[in-house]
Design a protein. Structure first.
Length: 364
C-alpha cells in the first residue's frame, strides 16, 4: 500500500473532508489553526512539504464549477497562509516537515521545563528510594537520613514522556559531603541517567554516569553501554561498559550540564556533553578517538525508543545530591502543525475566501 496521508484537525475530525474553518478574520490580525498529518500507508512519505494553494484550478473555471473571480480570490487567499511546527516560532510560506513513517503521525520533539519548587509540581515519581526527598529554594535535594548507602531511581509520571529515542536534558548538579567522615574520600557517589533503557527487552541501554571526586570537587561524565542502572536498592548500580568520558570537570553552582543522546541523519546513536554552554570533549576508552560528538557505529547499537530514569547513589560520607534548573527534551509522537492566516489589504469586507493546503512528498 503506497503513502496515504490523512489530515485531522485539533478535534480529530478529517480535515480533508470537512476542511479547516478559520471563522471571521480581521485584516492584519493572525488567525491560527492546528492540524496533524498521519501516514496510513505502508511506505515512508519523504520530504513532506506544505504550502498554500487555491482550492480549485483553471479547469474548474472552464467547466463552470467556479467563476474566474472566485479563483482569483482563492489565489489571493493562498498567499495569506504560513506554516510552522512551533506556535511561537517563525512561520514560512513553504514548510518542509521531513519524513512521515508508515503507519505513524508526523513526529517531533518536545521540551518540558521541570519544576523543582515542590513535590506536587515535580513530574517524577520514585521507583524506589531510601532517603529524604526535599525541595529547598527551588532545588530538588536527595538527602540521606543517616550513615551508610542510599540510592534512588525516579521516572517521569507520564509514560509517553519517559519512553523516548531522542533525549536531551539540562540541569545544575551539586553534591554535599561530610568532610569530617572517616570514609569521605573512599567510595564514590554517583548520579546517573539510563537512556533507551530496555529497548531490546533486556533491561539494558545507554547511560550517562557522573562520578564525583569529593576531594577535588570535580566530576567525570562517562557514556555507558549495556547500562542497567539501579533496579533496586539491594542490587546497586549496574553501570555497563564505558564507551567515552570527559576529563574532570570542576563543579560550579552557576553552571548547568546539557546531555544529548540522539540519532544523526544516518540513524547512528550520537552523544554530546556540555557544561556552562561549552561542549566537553569526549575520549574513547578503547583506542584514541575523541571529539565533541561521539557515536556508536557498532552492530550492537541501541536503536529505537526506551525509558530514561534519574538515579543516584550516595555512600558513607555523602550527605546529598541536588538538581536545579532542569529541562528535558523528548520525542513527541504526534507533532502539531500550525497554519497562520494574515489577511492583507486585498481582502474585501464580508466576503468568504477559500484556499487549500498543498502537501507534496515522494516515495522510495
Amino acid at each position: 500500500m503506497p503513502v496515504i496521508l490523512k489530515v485531522t484537525d485539533a478535534q480529530g475530525y478529517d480535515a480533508m473532508e470537512q476542511g479547516i474553518d478559520l471563522g471571521l478574520s480581521r485584516k492584519g490580525k493572525p488567525n491560527d489553526a492546528m492540524f496533524f498529518i498521519q501516514n496510513e500507508g505502508n511506505t515512508v512519505a519523504r520530504q513532506v512539504t506544505l504550502s498554500g494553494a487555491p482550492l480549485n484550478d483553471l479547469q474548474d473555471v472552464e467547466n463552470e464549477v467556479i467563476s474566474e473571480d472566485e479563483l482569483a480570490r482563492q489565489v489571493v487567499a493562498s498567499k495569506w497562509k504560513q506554516f510552522s511546527i512551533d506556535p511561537d516560532g517563525t512561520f514560512v510560506s513553504e514548510l518542509v516537515i521531513g519524513d512521515i513513517q508508515a503507519g505513524a503521525f508526523l513526529t517531533g520533539i518536545q521540551t518540558e521545563k521541570i519544576s523543582t519548587q515542590s513535590e506536587g509540581l515535580f513530574p517524577y515519581n520514585a521507583v524506589h528510594s531510601n532517603a529524604n526527598i526535599l525541595f529547598v529554594d527551588g532545588v530538588f535535594v536527595y538527602q540521606k537520613e543517616s550513615n551508610g548507602y542510599a540510592s534512588m531511581r525516579f521516572q517521569h509520571e507520564e509514560p509517553e514522556k519517559r519512553f523516548t529515542r531522542h533525549f536531551e536534558i539540562t540541569f545544575g548538579l551539586d553534591f554535599e559531603v561530610n568532610e569530617d567522615s572517616e570514609t569521605w574520600d573512599e567510595a564514590i557517589p554517583y548520579f546517573s541517567i539510563p537512556v533507551r533503557n530496555n529497548v531490546r527487552g533486556d533491561g539494558k541501554g545507554y547511560g550517562f554516569l557522573f562520578a564525583y571526586d569529593r576531594e577535588n570537587k570535580t566530576v567525570v561524565v562517562s557514556i555507558r553501554k549495556e547500562m542497567v542502572g539501579i533496579t533496586s536498592h539491594y542490587d546497586g548500580l549496574l553501570v555497563g561498559t564505558a564507551m567515552y568520558q570527559t576529563r574532570a570537570i570542576a563543579l560550579d553552582s552557576t553552571k548547568e550540564f546539557t546531555l544529548k543522546c540522539y540519532d544523526d541523519d544516518n540513524n547512528v546513536p550520537s552523544f554530546e556533553v556540555s557544561y556552562g554552554g561549552q561542549q566537553q570533549r569526549l575520549y574513547a576508552l578503547v583506542g584514541d578517538s575523541n571529539g565533541y560528538v561521539m557515536k556508536d557505529n557498532s552492530s550492537t547499537a541501541y536503536k529505537g525508543k526506551g525509558n530514561y530514569y534519574l538515579e543516584c547513589t550516595l555512600q558513607e560520607g555523602d550527605i546529598s545530591v541536588s538538581l536545579r534548573n532542569m529541562s528535558v527534551t523528548t520525542d513527541l509522537n504526534k507533532q502539531p502543525i500550525y497554519v497562520r492566516t494574515i489577511i492583507d489589504d486585498r481582502a474585501e469586507d464580508k466576503v468568504q475566501y477559500n484556499s487549500s493546503i498543498a502537501i507534496s512528498y515522494y516515495e522510495d
